[in-house]
Design a protein around this ligand. Structure first.
Ligand code: FES
Length: 164
């Protein structure tokens, strides 16, 4: 049964709860489907708040620790809200040598965001990643699906301002 009680959550509206109920209903009887359910729920909400994982556990007739255990095992799940745009900055050797550190510092200052974090207005999430495979373009930054090469601490702000 889908839980009758829907918890209040500022990031989950009624339409989202409806989609979540459908996801649970479609998968409840499928053994081992909790990963797929969590992934789909994350697609709906953008991340996995604790209340949502508890709701999934009840709906799937699983223990809370089963669901939390699965969710924390896989890197694809996020427990924090993500920004509308994910900014990946390459911290690989070529990018490091070409000044990615200054680029990261500029992003942090300008948008008040730490590496690994999300800005308060949820505009950007900032992630440091190992070689993005475009070393010839170093230093490299990827915003969503857009690759930006030869990024400098001067240019980076005007690039990011295009992403609302
Ligand atoms: S080191 Fe940055 S793309 Fe390879």
């Amino acid at each position: 049964m889908t839980p009758a009680f829907r918890p209040e959550h500022p990031d989950i509206d009624a339409a989202m709860w409806g989609q979540i109920d459908d996801i649970i209903a479609q998968n409840r009887s499928i053994a081992g489907s909790v990963i797929a359910v969590l992934r789909k729920c994350q697609d709906v909400v953008g991340y996995l708040p604790v209340e949502l994982m508890e709701y999934v556990a009840t709906g799937m007739n699983l223990s809370r620790s089963d669901v939390f255990g699965v969710a924390s095992f896989y890197a694809l799940f996020s427990f924090e809200p993500k920004g509308r745009h994910t900014v990946k900055v390459c911290t690989g050797t070529a990018c490091y040598v070409k000044g990615i550190k200054e680029v990261i510092a500029r992003i942090s200052n300008e948008f008040d965001i730490e590496e690994g974090g999300t800005s308060e207005d949820r505009r950007f999430s900032l992630e440091g990643v190992r070689c993005l495979g475009a070393c010839g373009l170093a230093p490299v930054m990827v915003v969503g699906s857009d690759t930006h090469g030869a990024v400098s601490s001067d240019k980076v702000v005007s690039i990011l301002k295009k992403y609302e």
